[in-house]
Design a protein. Structure first.
Length: 70
């Protein structure tokens, strides 16, 4: 996961939490729900990036093994 991707996912999570808290404080259920959704989006981006890194690492391992076997 690139640094930019990590920053974006954390930014989404932080913005979502802020909106969620704002919604709770003001009694705005729609804003609270929007914040929860945005926070979940940030977490999903983070998990997707982690999965992407795992796949890349596995592919790199296979490439290295093939090179060693030649």
């Amino acid at each position: 996961m690139s640094l930019e991707d990590k920053i974006n996912s954390k930014k989404d999570q932080a913005a979502g939490k802020a909106k969620e808290v704002e919604g709770k404080v003001t009694g705005d259920k729609a804003r609270e729900a929007q914040g929860k959704a945005e926070g979940l989006l940030g977490k999903a981006k983070e998990k997707l990036g982690d999965a992407k890194d795992s796949v890349k690492d596995a592919v790199d391992d296979v490439k290295d093994k093939i090179k060693k076997d030649k």
